[in-house]
Design a protein around this ligand. Structure first.
Ligand code: CP
Ligand code: NVA
Length: 317
């Protein structure tokens, strides 16, 4: 028995609250250079089937700073690229480490890995979601605006992206209103929106979405794996750039978020991402603090479950 984190729904609402509280404490500990050793003797394996800068750095730094270690297993340099079955890789990986973070393509690949791996698995981005990034973004909003519940978030551009989908899943859970402005064909599917029916609003006009918003968000127009569609996407999304004129329609103290990497001149103008309303560098830093809290949550919960296993087996007869 173990606790995976594949989507935002894998934590209870109490765990979500405790996670942000703990992340704030860990951020303060890091500021004071106080050593926290909750992952001493534990090992994280990071599996990357797509590129990464922040996810790789922040997870490895998180484990190291908590007294543990991290191993980076790039799919391209492992037997995965030579056709070893995913389930076999998962079985073996779980025998060496205490927790796995995986970045891959289809969500079914992540689910297959988690099913065959005996230790907790964290979603480090799939085609269908980027839940560790959304946790961090919501933490960053709380940090700057005091709370995320009751706030209006406007996401502009390709809202069917993994970022748009995870923000949609989080709306009811965290109690924010989410306006998604996209051209036709670029909104999340109905089965994603159904999780937050009273909290998510599908719009086609970026101005309508941003008017009076507390937070303005965008993401790349071509996500990893969609490179062949890039030209078409640029054309379809051309009117959906977050620029200075659009930001003026939001609240005067509205914050701008982008998970990075960004393409200045495409989904966002340079004056917005490099301007005073942008929180992108805090957002990137906060990956470290939030993921430390998440690693503690899943590893400690899984260890508690494992300790209870003999008693549970005995009770079952
Ligand atoms: N935001 C994010 O996940 O960045 P990387 O792709 O660099 O990990
Ligand atoms: N939607 C982007 C996010 C990158 C962190 C992608 O999947 O490429």
């Amino acid at each position: 028995m173990k606790r995976d984190f594949l989507t935002l729904f894998d934590l209870s609402s109490d765990e979500h609250k405790a996670l942000f509280h703990r992340a704030r404490g860990l951020k303060e500990a890091r500021r004071q250079r106080r050593v926290v050793s909750t992952m001493a003797g534990r090992t994280l394996v990071m599996i990357f089937e797509k590129a990464s800068t922040r996810t790789r750095l922040s997870f490895e730094a998180a484990m190291t700073q908590l007294g543990g270690s991290a191993i980076d297993l790039s799919a391209a340099n492992s037997q995965m690229s030579r056709g070893e079955p995913l389930a076999d890789t998962a079985r073996v990986t779980g025998r060496y480490c205490d927790v796995v973070m995986m970045r891959t393509f289809g969500d079914e690949r992540l689910a297959e890995f988690a099913k065959h791996c005996e230790v907790p698995v964290i979603n480090g981005l799939t085609d269908g979601g980027h839940p560790v990034q959304i946790l961090t973004d919501l933490f960053t909003i709380e940090e700057r605006l005091g709370a995320v519940a009751g706030k209006t978030l406007a996401f502009i551009g390709d809202t069917a992206s993994n970022m748009g989908r995870s923000f949609t899943e989080g709306a009811k859970l965290y109690g924010y209103q989410l306006r998604l402005a996209s051209p036709k064909g670029y909104h999340p599917a109905a089965e994603v929106v159904k999780h937050s029916p009273d909290h998510v609003h599908l719009l086609s006009d970026p101005k309508e979405a941003v008017r009076g918003a507390d937070v303005v968000i965008t993401d790349v127009w071509t996500s990893m794996g969609q490179e062949a569609e890039s030209k078409q996407r640029l054309a379809d999304l051309a009117g959906f750039q977050v620029d200075g004129a659009l930001m003026k329609l939001a609240k005067p103290d509205a914050m701008f978020l982008h998970c990075l990497p960004a393409h200045r001149g495409e989904e966002v103008s340079a004056d917005v991402i490099d301007g005073p309303q942008s929180a992108v560098w805090d957002e990137a830093e906060n990956r470290l603090h939030v993921q430390k809290a998440l690693l503690e949550t899943v590893v400690q919960a899984s260890e508690r479950l494992r300790e209870m296993e003999p008693a549970l087996r005995a009770a079952r007869g």
